[in-house]
Structures are given as C-alpha cells and as structure tokens.
Design a protein around this ligand. Structure first.
Ligand code: FE2
Length: 432
C-alpha cells in the first residue's frame, strides 16, 4: 500500500463487479485536487459502510459458538476477524488522524492487533480461539462504536484532510475485504472438522464454470509489461510495473477439474513419490493426504465439504482446496507445468482465460518475491505485504469467496505451499 500517495485512490468497492471478468477498468482518483469535497466525503462514507455491512452480512449466519472457534492456527475465529478489522480503523485512521478519539476499550489493541510489530504488543495468533470475552455481541458493539466515529470523522473533517486520508481509507476497505474472504474459508475449515457437517448457507451453489473443451492459449516469445501501471487502487506488492520476457508458452484456458483430479488419484498420484517435491511428499505422508482438502469418501463415493454442507464431488467443477504441493505433483503427472505468475498475467490480460476470476485462486510456480525495485513503505503499514516475501508461492485470479470489486489482473495473493484451506485450484502450462 502507498497511503501517502494522494493519487493512489479508487473506491474500488463502488466499482462494478469484475470478479468474472478478465479485465478491470480504473476510474479517476477521487482524491484529486478537483474532486468535490462533499462528494468525496459522501463517497468515502458510502464505500466504508458498504464494506462494513458486507462483513456483518457474512457473519450473520453464524452463531456465537460458530464465531468463537479457531479450528487450526492458520484460521481465525469469525469474532476475531470482525474485531481485528475494526481495530485497523481505530489504529490507523481514528488513532492517527482524529484528534480526541477515545478507543472503545484500552485492551482491544492488544487482543486484535494481528502482526503489526510497529503498532505494539499483541495476543498470540495461535490462541485467538481461547478468547471467549469480549463476546460476539460486545464485538458488535465495538463495530458500531467505531463505525459511528468514522462516519462522524468523514462528515466533519476538512477537504484537505479528506484528500490526505482517502488513500488510507481505501487500504482499510481492501484490508477488510481480504478478511471477508478469510471469514468464509476459516469457518468452512471449522465446519469441515464437524462429523455432522453444518451448512453455512444451505442454498449456496458452487459457481458455474465456463470451461469449453481442451484448449490452450499460445503466447509467443515477447517482452511484456507486468504489474500495476496506473493510479487506481492496488497493493504495494503489485508495483513497480516492469518488463518481463514471457513465452513461448501455452497456457490452459480452463481450470483443472475434479474429474481430472480423480484420474490422478486413481492412478496412484498421492502414493507416487517421483511425482512430488520432497517437502510435498513428506507433507502428504505426515498429513495422510489422499484427496483434496475437505473431501470425504462415503461408501466409495467422494464428497466435499462446501458452504452448503457435504455434497457429492461434481466431476465437471474445477478442483478446489489443493495445496501448491498437490498442484505441482498433478502438473508433473499430467506431463505439464504450472504457469509462472508473469505467464498468467499476460494470458489474463489477453482476455483468453476461462474462469480466471471468481471460482478458485490459481497456483503459479512463482515465488512470492518483490518486484524489481520494490520497497515497503515506512511505518506500521509497511508491514502489510513486504515482510511476507519469503517461502510462499503466488496465486492469481480470485475465488468464489472474494468480495465484489476486489479482483484485479495484477493482484498477487500468496500462501505457503502446504496451505489448502483457501479456495485454491490450478490451470496448467506447457512448453512443447
Ligand atoms: Fe488484517
């Protein structure tokens, strides 16, 4: 993020949904000097309330008991997500820019700071589920208190200050949207541990795939610009845009399906050491993996835990909840490869990828490293992305849980290679 850059503003949550599109159009920065301050205040307020309400909408189907659980160290309780995103506004907007603001509770900064060392000491991530108080209702009161303070601040602060803080507000909105996705994946992981599999939403359906036959997009050798190029909202890890040599390569237009994954399983994919990276095969054995995450075999039929509960595996749907290790082994079994993030971006920019957005994030074989010349900003918000640029892999696209307006062709998601509780899948690449 670059909250100090007044030109780096786009209220992306007001944008039309781009999650199913392979191209995103930018709107002019709202914090430009010519922007009407009353319009800017209203735009910020509407964007803020829309995102805050979406968080609550996603939490609404969950009971206080549901909101308490932390089913593994990587996942966080729903209640914690609701409180942490609220702390973010308190810490970085109200605390730093709103004179006289009084925090809702003096201990909440310790409880709900995630990983910002610069923002002070914090509770252990592994023990977030041990905190029964504040209750879910008290967290709701915390959210209401901070929402009112932020809206009041927008309405009363002057035009110059509005323009100054608008980029920071947009960071806060996008941060909260990231947690909205995590709320869904984390509760699904918790529900998947339940022998009586609960439904988050009984009416939920897996998104329809637009795949169309076996098809490949050929990218001839060329030098392409990758990374974010304009002033519309982006995270700092998407810059600097730079030139990269891409191709010749063929990128699969379609995502790998469950039917293809079942063929890999039937062929002994999970038991064939030569298909796997050493760390990957160790993980398979240590974890006892023989299928994607959240899958259960019942009377010889594979089922998968979904947001609508346990459902038979749909052979035509894109495979989901696979780790990088599994995606890499599958590609080797198929005689293919995973694309690099550069190849993915060039192919997506050509508008030729089916289901690039809105179903599953797609693993690439690119390490999550800084783009040439990248520097994290000074201060606590410099901890947002840069310090995680080691030992993780980049995923591109977006998933069925990604909020509307939060997707971009240049977006770089990242997870460790053994992670598979997110909505993660793959498409293949080939160099022959
Ligand atoms: Fe966060």
């Amino acid at each position: 993020m670059e909250p100090g850059n007044a030109n780096n503003v786009l209220l992306s949550c007001l944008e039309k949904n781009v999650t199913k599109s392979a191209s995103a159009t930018a709107t002019p920065p709202l914090s430009s000097p010519s922007a009407d301050p009353r319009g800017l205040a209203q735009g910020l307020e509407e964007a803020f309330l829309a995102v805050r309400n979406e968080t609550e909408r996603r939490a609404a189907p969950l009971s206080p008991e549901d909101q308490q659980i932390q089913s593994m160290p990587d996942a966080s309780p729903t209640k914690w997500h609701r409180a942490h995103t609220t702390w973010f506004w308190e810490q970085f907007l109200l605390g730093e820019h709103c004179p006289g603001y009084r925090p809702f509770h003096p201990d909440f900064a310790f409880l709900f700071n995630s990983y910002y060392v610069s923002a002070g000491p914090r509770h252990s991530r592994n023990h977030r589920g041990d905190i029964t108080r504040p209750s879910a209702d008290q967290v709701g009161a915390y959210r209401t208190y901070v929402d009112a303070a932020v809206v009041k601040f927008f309405r009363e602060v002057g035009a110059d200050k509005l323009r100054e803080i608008a980029p920071l507000v947009e960071v806060g909105l996008n941060h909260e949207q990231q947690h909205q996705e995590l709320m869904v994946t984390d509760i699904l992981h918790a529900f998947a541990q339940n022998p009586i599999p609960p439904a988050y939403d009984p009416d939920w359906r897996f998104p329809a795939s637009t795949r169309a036959g076996e098809d490949w997009l050929t990218l001839n050798e060329g030098i392409h610009t990758v990374g974010h190029v304009d002033d519309s909202f982006h995270f700092d890890n998407e810059k600097p845009a730079h030139r990269a040599l891409v191709g010749p390569v063929r990128v699969a237009r379609n995502l790998v399906t469950n039917a293809e994954w079942l063929a890999f399983m039937r062929d002994g994919g999970y038991r064939t050491a030569t298909l796997w990276l050493m760390d990957g095969f160790a993980t398979v054995n240590n974890e006892g993996w023989d299928a994607p995450g959240h899958w259960r075999e019942i009377d010889g039929q594979w089922h998968m835990m979904t947001l609508a509960g346990l459902k038979p595996v749909d052979p035509d749907a894109p495979v989901c909840h696979v780790s990088y290790y599994e995606a890499d082994a599958f590609a080797r079994w198929a005689g293919k490869h995973l694309p690099t993030e550069m190849e993915w971006e060039v192919a997506a920019r050509a508008g030729q990828l089916n289901d690039a957005f809105g179903i599953v994030w797609q693993w690439t074989r690119s390490s999550y490293s800084p783009y040439p010349g990248y520097r994290a900003i000074e201060g606590a918000l410099g901890e947002y992305n840069g310090k995680f640029m080691i030992n993780q892999l980049v995923l591109r696209g977006s998933s069925l849980a990604t909020p509307e307006g939060h997707s971009r062709i240049t977006y770089r998601n990242f997870f460790y290679p053994h992670h598979r509780w997110q909505f993660t899948g793959l498409r293949l690449a080939d160099y022959e």
